[in-house]
Design a protein around this ligand. Structure first.
Ligand SMILES: O=C(O)CCC(=O)c1ccccc1C(=O)O
Ligand SMILES: [Mg+2]
Length: 328
């Protein structure tokens, strides 16, 4: 089967530049794809790379798209090299919707009522802003939150964490509450130990500490996982399917944060997770509604024996998007 291939780069601004231990991020750049099958059926997809996180860069993805012919085949879609995982995801998910392999609902049909927010983790602002941010997201219906650490000096962040946890414990709640900490690989072993010791004392409110150490420090993270009761979740270490397979072979049986839009082929990812019963947390890369729909669809396909709240509570951080499917 052949498909007409079209693509459009886009830019979306963060309302406020996003701070992580990798630096600040002001504009999300990505590419929207459209495949049109011979029978006229269209499918949309999105390439939303994050170079600093371990996928190809936006420019590498753009270069790949610019060099594709106007008409491509199934062969093209299933032979994208593994060093372009966001392109693999974008093209294959566009192909899935063009060939109706999966039954997508319309892009704007996701349940966005307050009750549904309890299935998502709301991303808090870094630093002190987390305290007010927590109140606002709570009123919107979020009950699980994620906070970036390793941005301010250790002692200041610990004090903020204590306030956050106190607020969560005092809130009258209908559902379990949880807090995820994300260090983005920015801690030393000593700092990670100090954080985990504090987390262990907080009485189970902390769901996990995400990627405390750099990608090169897998063994040290395995040791942390064994020594503390607070769980460790790998994120940067498992950015792509190839990395997930590698840490799985090396024995990692803890939590995998999976960012479908940069992980690679959705069908291979589905197979890997289902075959190995991965303890997965699905997570956004600040993609648009098109990538989000494909990512959430994939998450719903995976038989998770330990379903965790989705890391997709990020809409409040970006300027609103236009209806991208209507731009063509
Ligand atoms: O996972 C979430 O809850 C939100 C998404 C998120 O934090 C994120 C988004 C883009 C790039 C990196 C990260 C991260 O988890 O480090
Ligand atoms: Mg992370």
């Amino acid at each position: 089967m052949n498909y007409q291939f079209k693509f459009r780069p886009y830019q979306r601004k963060f309302k406020r530049p996003l701070q992580t231990s990798h630096g600040t991020w002001e504009i999300r750049e990505g590419i929207i794809l459209r495949l049109t099958a011979d029978n006229g059926k269209m499918g949309f997809g999105e390439i939303a790379p994050i170079g600093w996180f371990g996928s190809e860069t936006f420019l590498e993805a753009l270069d790949y798209c610019q060099n594709l012919p106007d008409v491509i085949s199934d062969r093209t879609i299933f032979s994208i090299p593994p060093n372009l995982p966001a392109c693999q995801f974008g093209l294959e998910s566009a192909w899935e919707s063009a060939t109706l392999k999966t039954q997508f609902k319309s892009a704007f049909s996701e349940d966005k009522t307050p009750a549904s927010k309890s299935n998502y983790s709301g991303l808090l602002p870094g630093g002190e802003g987390a305290l007010l941010g927590r109140q606002i997201l709570w009123m919107q219906g979020y009950r699980t939150f994620k906070w970036k650490i390793g941005i301010l000096p250790f002692q200041r962040e610990v004090r903020i964490l204590q306030e956050l946890v106190l607020a969560l414990q005092q809130a009258i709640y209908d559902q379990p509450v949880g807090l995820r900490l994300d260090a983005n690989g920015g801690l030393s072993v000593a700092e990670a130990e100090a954080w985990l010791q504090i987390c262990d004392q907080l009485g189970g409110v902390i769901e996990y500490l995400e990627q405390p150490l750099p990608v090169t420090e897998l063994q040290a993270m395995v040791e942390l996982e064994n020594r503390f009761s607070t769980a460790i979740a790998l994120d940067e270490s498992v950015a792509t399917l190839a990395q997930m397979q590698s840490v799985y072979r090396q024995g990692w049986r803890g939590i995998y944060v999976i960012k479908p839009c940069i992980a690679g082929s959705p069908s291979e990812l589905r197979q890997f997770c289902n075959l190995n019963q991965i303890d997965a947390v699905f997570s956004s890369v600040f993609e648009t509604e098109i990538g989000r729909k494909a990512a959430l669809n994939l998450a719903a396909d995976i038989k998770n024996y330990n379903p965790r709240v989705l890391g997709f509570g990020v809409d409040h951080l970006l300027e609103s998007e236009k209806a991208l499917e209507l731009l063509w």
